[in-house]
Unconditional design. Structure first.
Lengths: 189, 189
């Protein structure tokens, strides 16, 4: 029994539960429809605070075990007070987190034990765009580079294939490299 | 003098510094080239930790006043331990934060004093995509909706125009609604 449990748990991933979850969704595709949410409250200047708590998934309303709050701001050089990272830095964090979570799941599913996964994400941006000074410059990142270090009990080729498969199934990679329609509604009273 | 200072500070935005910064970039466009960065370290399963500290801008290497760290994870229903929001929730937070920061700056520049700005961002996602169960379903959000409540000393039409201008100049809105090229490099030893 102990051996079975150890075999199931790899990289901190409960692979039996992972496969059972995938099988459950296969038989009930509606369970995979999720809605994630973030609230935000303006504090002062470029400083605001986001709250993440509730979401919908597997057919019902759910809440995280805790309420997560995150401040965002601009640094002084961008006329803020540096009370938190800039919004665009959160995007880089989200990308690294998504690729890393997927990588650990995929490695577990493939029977590969990871010993280290680190990454640095860099995003180049020309603020002439958001400052409205050059109509030929986009507002967002011009390009993003992710540099991974991956170590585990598999040859380099198989470790690289984990990253490739994680990229192919990454929600945040898709959001950044493709287009998502965004609707904005405004209430003023 | 006091009146001048009060006039300059609106919504917590130092508009004199804001305009001076825009003028400075206008005469030295190179100053607007920034590189933002996030580091990530895998912890266990879908749990990993992001760190945001250094960046490049206005011609030199810079650091935030503090080092910001953020855990990301999946909830139990997605075979994680809920040690942090999911990566895709961070994307929603980034969008709200970017639109809100821009809105406060634009309101200040237009002489509008804000009293309240709140928003909720929702993102609909079908996990049949990332689970690899339906090749017709994308990995990322199918659509995102932002609902703003904006209050201040201007008519509804002008408050709505602030949101529209913030959208038109938002880095994160551009990243999500358009395409950003992402390069991934992997080291295995």
């Amino acid at each position: 029994m102990t051996t079975t449990v150890d075999e199931s748990m790899r990289n901190g991933v409960d692979t039996l539960t992972l496969f059972a979850t995938i099988d459950a969704v296969k038989s009930t595709p509606e369970a995979a429809k999720f809605q994630f949410r973030a609230q935000n409250e303006w504090i002062s200047g470029t400083h605001n605070r986001g709250t993440i708590h509730d979401y919908f998934g597997v057919g019902s309303e759910r809440v995280h075990e805790r309420t997560f709050t995150f401040d965002a701001d601009h640094p002084a050089v961008l006329v803020g007070r540096d009370n938190g990272p800039t919004p665009v830095e959160y995007v880089l964090h989200a990308l690294a987190a998504c690729l890393t979570a997927g990588l650990a799941n995929i490695a577990a599913a493939r029977g590969i034990t990871l010993t280290e996964v680190r990454s640095t994400v860099t995003g180049d941006i020309d603020l002439n765009g958001i400052l409205g000074l050059d109509p030929g410059v986009r507002n967002g990142y011009q390009n993003i580079t992710v540099r991974f270090t991956v170590k585990g009990d598999a040859p380099a080729e198989k470790l690289r294939a984990l990253v490739e498969q994680s990229r192919a199934r990454s929600a945040v990679f898709d959001i950044i490299t493709n287009q998502v329609p965004v609707t904005i509604e405004v209430e003023t009273d």
